[in-house]
Design a protein around this ligand. Structure first.
Ligand SMILES: Nc1ncnc2c1ncn2[C@@H]1O[C@H](COP(=O)(O)OP(=O)(O)OP(=O)(O)O)[C@@H](O)[C@H]1O
Ligand SMILES: [Mg+2]
Length: 249
């Protein structure tokens, strides 16, 4: 289980996350929905210690327990340990443009985890095969489609063998015909039992794959439940309003 308690994050004097509580069971897929500016990306970045909350506790309990209390002063080692628990997939892929697909995937294990390149290479190739890119390992990002680049991004996040995979609108920058290949890759990860938090507006994906859907608005979780319940019987007026907007769009 991964538990998130009372996360607060402020930018300047704007409170952006106002006490987020969330529990993620091992192997669960949690989909986060919510209007632009509601704090979804900020929450993912806090989970991965790319942003430092002022307050709150994150506890990873699926492997060796790691509990981080952000109200304490954290050491560099604690921050690194937290970062290694999750792999992040970004909206705009964030690949290194001057590195091949294979080099992008090997980067984390080699440069962050200090593993030997020769040990990491077979695993990196296997990950690229898993995301359907076994024939593209020596291609540079500019030689790949958006969907292919995003699948390299997924393989790269998997390469550090994280306890949690974080996806921030992984398909929103893609042309419509490329969305499905990325969603299918994510579906197969869910089937393999990866624990995933996915920010997305893909309702069908949420209905097919999510164990839990969470709606954020104004830096708070306003509602959570099963995808079926939430889409068919949204309780909170802000959830109803948001669902209307994305259905019309
Ligand atoms: N580094 C930053 N400095 C200052 N303000 C920030 C920073 N990052 C985010 N914010 C602000 O925090 C709020 C939440 O932003 P966030 O990116 O988390 O929203 P979001 O829910 O991911 O939105 P979207 O759906 O548009 O991606 C916004 O008002 C944004 O302007
Ligand atoms: Mg965002």
């Amino acid at each position: 289980m991964i538990t998130i308690q009372n996360i607060h994050k402020t930018f300047g004097n704007h409170p952006i996350l106002k006490g987020i509580d969330l529990t993620i069971e091992r192997g669960q897929v949690v989909v986060i929905l919510g209007p632009s500016g509601s704090g979804k990306t900020t929450l993912l970045r806090c989970l991965n210690a790319l942003e430092m909350p002022e307050q709150g506790i994150i506890s990873f309990q699926n492997r060796e327990e790691l509990t981080v209390d952000f109200s304490q002063k954290l050491t560099k080692n604690t921050i690194l340990a937290l970062r290694r628990r999750s792999g992040m997939v970004f909206q705009n892929y964030n690949l290194f443009p001057h590195k091949t697909a294979l080099e992008n995937v090997m980067e984390g294990p080699v440069f962050v985890q200090g593993k030997k390149e020769s040990d990491v290479r077979p695993q990196a190739i296997a990950l690229l095969e898993k995301v359907g890119l076994g024939d593209k390992i020596n291609h540079y990002p500019f030689q790949l489609s958006g969907g292919q680049q995003q699948r390299v991004g997924i393989a790269r996040a998997l390469a550090i063998q994280p306890e949690l995979m974080l996806f921030d609108e992984p398909t929103s920058a893609l042309d419509p015909e490329l969305v499905q290949e990325v969603l299918n890759t994510m579906k197969s990860l869910a089937k393999e039992g990866w624990t995933m938090v996915v920010v997305t507006h893909e309702i069908k994906f949420a209905l097919d794959v999510a164990d839990k859907v969470v709606v954020m608005d104004g830096g708070e979780i306003v509602e959570q439940g099963s995808a079926q319940d939430l889409f068919n019987h949204p309780k909170h007026p802000r959830t109803q309003k948001f669902l209307q907007q994305i259905r019309v769009a």
